[in-house]
Design a protein around this ligand. Structure first.
Ligand code: NOJ
Ligand code: NOJ
Length: 423
């Protein structure tokens, strides 16, 4: 194939997948009755049943729309996003009210589409949820201020004790509970987590900005002090001996199978929450962790080792056994593969770039996206996972986060201006 033809096929598959991802993502932003603002994790109602609103997934997905709002000049798209974000905020205000009465409090991770607490035993609390929710709302409020819609922002923050606005409610929860053990984003391990602390720190730092703007100076100082304490705890997550970040310290409960302590959640955390040079994309910790993750998954799954010249599909962690419905063995996930793509493009965007002494990852961000897009079916559907041997869809179909993570990575990679098809 000529280089031109190769690049052309590459662009088409990525564009095709982008259009489909936008479309399938949109249809997951409401429930079956058309109630908007609910973000279903997936339309799948059995084997597995993911027809629920996870606070984490929803907050991350809406945050992607907030980013899109920032960059687009399309006024009707802006209007649609504004309407949708407001609906999501209404839904989360209800969730906060309901969760306030449960033992997990605002760390309640899952709600039914009609706003009830997930009625089964589960890994509770999950403290990344309120942090991500506060972060997304805070970024939205700051945008509204910039646009002269200060009243909207004021309602969202609501600066009183007891906190009345949804942002301040979550910030108070984060500031007072961040050091308590809770379940990780994969809902398996109870302890103190890198992903969660990174989310909590950025939520508090940005929240402190908003608090100061609202004249709530005492709260602002308090949030910043907690953010600083989190920053010092974050220092203990890099193992110089292992030369990678570890996902959890002080485990008190949950699964104990992650003996490698290498987890793609660390890369997700850096992409989503790295701020003011704390574990930036070009830190030694980030680069070493990413390189080791690529190495591990290249050799772990047959679909990867069969095609060593293609970018490998990336999983959560090597000991994973969750197959998306049961426990027959782990598979690569779309959202973690997209996270590796996003990471590499972010690193290319960053001024520092790779230090010459570090182990190089022999694939570009675009190549990870291309690999992932090539495994979607002919209509561009992404599920949660791809079979480790055949590449067939596994786990929840049309996982909302799979689409949002693809669009996010594409956005970052386009901005990075990395030429297609280069390393
Ligand atoms: C479902 C969770 O969402 C998944 O992450 C986990 O691996 C399994 N349950 C096992 O707890
Ligand atoms: C399982 C994943 O482990 C978790 O991170 C996610 O929130 C839920 N599925 C819903 O997508």
């Amino acid at each position: 194939m000529s280089l031109k033809k190769y690049l052309y096929s590459f662009i088409t598959i990525l564009n095709f997948q982008e259009i489909h991802s936008e479309h399938y993502l949109l249809s997951n932003l409401k429930d079956n009755s058309g109630r908007e603002g609910v973000v279903i994790a997936s339309p799948s109602r059995s084997n597995p049943n993911y027809y629920y609103h996870w606070v984490r997934d929803a907050g991350l997905v809406v945050r992607e729309y907030v980013e899109e709002y920032k960059y687009t000049s399309d006024l009707s798209l802006k209007r649609d996003i504004r309407r949708f974000v407001q609906k999501w905020i209404q839904v989360e205000i209800e969730h906060q009210r309901t969760a306030g009465e449960s033992w997990a409090n605002l760390g309640e991770p899952i709600f039914t589409v009609d706003g009830r607490i997930y009625p089964h035993p589960w890994g509770r609390p999950q403290s990344d949820g309120p942090a991500i929710r506060a972060l997304t709302m805070t970024e939205w409020a700051l945008l509204m201020i910039q646009e002269g819609r200060e009243e909207d922002a004021r309602k969202l923050y609501g600066g009183k004790i007891p906190a009345e606005g949804p942002i301040k409610k979550d910030l108070e929860y984060v500031a007072h509970h961040w050091f308590e053990s809770n379940f990780d984003l994969w809902e398996e391990v109870k302890g103190v987590h890198f992903f969660t602390l990174m989310a909590q720190r950025i939520a508090l730092v940005k929240g402190a900005d908003l608090a100061a703007y609202m004249g709530d100076h005492g709260a602002s100082d308090y949030y910043l002090r907690q953010a600083d304490r989190i920053k010092s705890v974050l220092n203990s997550f890099y193992s110089a001996e292992k030369a990678h970040l570890i996902p959890t310290i002080n485990q008190v409960d949950g699964w104990k199978n992650k003996v490698s302590e290498l987890d793609t959640a660390s890369i997700l955390a850096i992409n989503y929450f790295s701020f003011d040079d704390v574990y930036s994309v070009d830190s030694l910790a980030a680069q070493n962790t990413a390189a080791q993750i690529v190495d591990v998954f290249r050799n772990l799954y047959k679909i990867n080792s069969d095609k060593p010249n293609l970018a490998p599909m990336i999983g959560r962690y090597s000991e994973d056994v969750y197959d998306g419905n049961g426990f027959s063995g782990g598979n690569p996930w779309y959202l973690t593969t997209h996270a590796m793509a996003e990471y590499l493009c972010r690193r290319d965007l960053s001024k520092e770039r790779t230090s010459p002494n570090l182990k190089k990852i022999p694939f570009s961000g675009w190549q990870f996206l291309e690999r992932s897009a090539s495994l979607a079916d002919s209509k561009g559907h992404f599920s949660e996972q791809a079979d480790r041997v055949t590449g067939e869809p596994r786990g929840a179909a049309d996982l909302t986060w799979s689409y949002a993570s693809y669009l996010r990575a594409i956005r970052v990679c386009k901005r990075a201006g990395v030429p297609l098809g280069t390393n």
